[in-house]
Design a protein around this ligand. Sequence first.
Ligand SMILES: [Cu+2]
Length: 103
Amino acid sequence: MLALVGGLLLPGVFLPVAASAETITVKVSKLAFVPASVTAKIGDTIEWANADFVDHTATATDKAFDVKLPAGKTGSVTLSQAGTFPYFCRVHPMMKGTIAVTE
Ligand SMILES: [Cu+2]
């Protein structure tokens, strides 16, 4: 689309930049989520990569998601809701992280 400004055709000037969905990787290493806090937008995917030799989970405190992360595997969730989502590992409840999701 084109925007007409002062007689000049400027492509795309007033168009919102189309948000493209991203994949944000959180490493799971030595019984910790790294980084522990991430920010994302609706439509983005969080992918956890478990580098440990034990199984983990990424489980939202409010049960919005519960992703199993077997040893050496990845798991992901696509975010469909804005808000702040604290999560933990069901196997090791001291492992904690937070995802802040904006529109
Ligand atoms: Cu764990």
